[in-house]
Design a protein around this ligand. Structure first.
Ligand SMILES: [Zn+2]
Length: 270
């Protein structure tokens, strides 16, 4: 296990971009929460994607939730990804790489907009979802064929890179397949302008999960998810990287908001 290299400059500007939020309960989203014998409580759940940029290079981790393709969460408002990117001055066609943490609807919506980007995905993720798609077995899952089509197109155009082991995909950006929540869940570590950051996405939705190594209710392999949580803590301990959970509203209180109108959605992680 090694952190990303020093890269060729001072590090990436790393931003978290929020596109939706809602309040849920610990007992709803944490696996077997009742067994801990603790009181229930609200969790402020946010939905995000992440931007890593430096001159000549814009990398996204995930691409948001395309509510027009299918409305999964009815009650909540969603800021479309193109609007969030516009606040940051990013044209989708200038995005050079998209890393997909996994293929759920709230992570790969709008992938179709990034025609010039190399797409980096877990090999096990690809194998799992494309087998389901091929077998017409996506009913009731957290994704739809329309979300997988841009992955297929990236493959046909030679823009898809499938990851099956720890890989530094760009100088300063390393991905680690951890599985658990989904078979090919990827963890991303980036060298930001102010130190290493682990962008956990759905390998860890909330801080409680990292602190206690508590699994999330939705997983394809429970043991693997526990393993992913302990891997996150080990990686953080050994490298000094700060861990950023994927769906925790408290991230926005721990890091500065971006200046100006972009602060409405963007938090500066480094
Ligand atoms: Zn998610």
């Amino acid at each position: 296990m090694s952190p990303p290299s020093g890269g060729d400059d001072a590090g990436f500007e790393v931003l978290q971009v929020k596109y939706a939020e809602r309040v849920t309960q610990k007992s709803v989203v944490l696996h077997d929460y009742a067994s801990y014998g603790l009181p229930d409580g609200d969790l402020h759940m946010e939905y995000n994607f992440w931007v890593m940029r430096r001159p000549g290079e814009v990398i996204l981790l995930d691409t948001g939730y395309d509510v027009a393709a299918r409305d999964w969460l009815g009650e909540i408002g969603v800021k479309p990804t193109p609007e969030g990117l516009a606040l940051l001055g990013i044209d989708p066609l200038d995005v050079t790489m998209v890393i997909t943490s996994h293929f759920h609807y709230d992570h790969i919506g709008y992938l179709r907009l990034f025609d010039n980007a190399q797409v980096v995905s877990g090999k096990s993720e690809y194998d799992y979802w494309f087998a389901k798609w091929q077998n017409d077995d996506l009913e009731g899952e957290f994704t739809i064929a329309e979300h997988l089509e841009p992955v297929k197109r990236a493959e046909e155009e030679g823009r898809l890179r499938l990851i099956s082991e720890e890989t530094e995909v760009r100088p300063g950006v390393t991905v680690y397949p951890v599985g658990g929540h989904c078979p090919g869940e990827l963890l991303t570590m980036v060298r930001s302008r102010s130190g290493l950051r682990i962008l956990a996405a759905d390998a860890a939705h909330f801080y409680e999960q990292i602190e206690n190594e508590w699994p999330f209710f939705a997983h394809t392999d429970l043991d693997e998810m526990r393993g992913a949580l302990s891997f996150i803590n080990k990686l953080s301990r050994e490298t000094g990287a700060v861990v950023v959970p994927g769906h925790d509203g408290r991230v926005r209180a721990k890091f500065p908001l971006m200046d100006g109108a972009a602060g409405e959605v963007a938090t500066v992680l480094g």
